[in-house]
Design a protein around this ligand. Structure first.
Ligand code: AMP
Length: 288
């Protein structure tokens, strides 16, 4: 695996691949890689001849009181993990390479409608930071495919919409969430949890599955299902930001005719803010 820190080096490598007619897939990350990230590389390998990963802890997607400074940085371990799963090129720029004029840009990408709900309501500016840096990374790499985790479902929708609205010539591919044995979605932020809390955090997936199963057998009182889940989270010592059932296509509150749904949760436990989600297709006929 090659490792580069500058946009010029990155572009030279990808340009040479393109000259050979090779297809490129790109997996952006903030590092501290776990099996979930590595599964995206494996998916990317299925989609393209060459795989580029980036590791960049993007300052502009963190709020002033968030964990930018303490976000775990484990570059050498990450690089060896990427090499083992067949990543071809690691782009590991510094902040000045991505933002030569400083991180506060005059031009920003703001995916309105999606950027102000759910995590966007709790983390103002977060999705603008994500969309803007991914727009830059796409312009640096110029990939044929962009592979993103369904774990960050709202982020996936934001970036799909950006790619569509601004006509980035890239295919966006979502990949399933990798989980620990007890159901907890893998996340770099799980490291902020004590061993006991890490186990306890399996409740999030347990609640998501319970609500999914209820919807599958025909329950449609989404407000009641969400309220019960929120009550359980509070009772179990979580501080939830939201537990919501939304339309999968655009995160709007579901109409009675909407069948394709997503259940989303964000909650704090100990020092960590955890998010997870689960898709569910509602049955067409009410059960009897
Ligand atoms: P991050 O490093 O947290 O910015 O995540 C980089 C990419 O990995 C994003 O597309 C995430 O959605 C994805 N990702 C994070 N956690 C998981 C997971 N548990 N399973 C699959 N993909 C994930």
């Amino acid at each position: 695996m090659q490792r580069v820190t500058t946009v010029a080096e990155l572009r030279a490598v990808v340009r040479a691949w393109r000259a050979q007619g090779l297809r490129t897939a790109f997996v952006p990350t903030m590092g501290n890689l776990h099996a979930g990230h590595l599964s995206l590389i494996t998916r990317a390998r299925e989609l393209a001849d060459r795989v580029v990963a980036s590791i960049f802890v993007n300052p502009t997607q963190f709020g002033p009181n968030e964990d930018y400074e303490r976000y775990p940085r484990t570059l050498e371990a990450d690089a060896s993990g990427l090499a083992q799963v067949g990543c071809d090129l690691l782009f590991q720029p510094g902040v000045a390479e991505v933002y030569p004029d400083g991180p506060q840009l005059d031009t920003r990408v703001s995916v309105e409608g999606l950027n102000g709900v759910l995590c966007g309501a709790v983390r103002p500016g977060h999705f603008d930071g994500v969309a803007t840096v991914v727009a830059k990374l796409l312009n640096f790499v110029g990939p044929d495919a962009l592979v993103l985790g369904e774990k960050d479902y709202q982020q996936l929708l934001v970036l799909r919409r950006m790619v569509r609205d601004l006509a980035f010539p890239v295919e966006v591919v979502g990949a399933p969430t990798a989980r620990e044995a007890h159901g907890l979605a893998m996340s770099s932020r799980n490291q902020y949890l004590s061993a006991a809390d890490r186990h306890h955090a399996g409740l999030l997936f347990h609640l998501l599955r319970g609500v999914r199963d209820a919807i599958r057998i025909g329950q449609t009182d989404y407000a009641a299902l969400s309220a019960a889940a929120l009550g359980e989270l509070h009772a179990q010592g979580f501080v939830p930001d939201y537990f919501e059932i939304r339309r999968a296509a655009d995160l709007a509150p579901p109409e009675s005719s909407d069948l394709d749904l997503v259940i989303l949760v964000a909650a704090r436990l100990g020092g960590a803010r955890l998010i997870d989600n689960l898709r569910v297709v509602r049955p067409t006929l009410p059960s009897v």
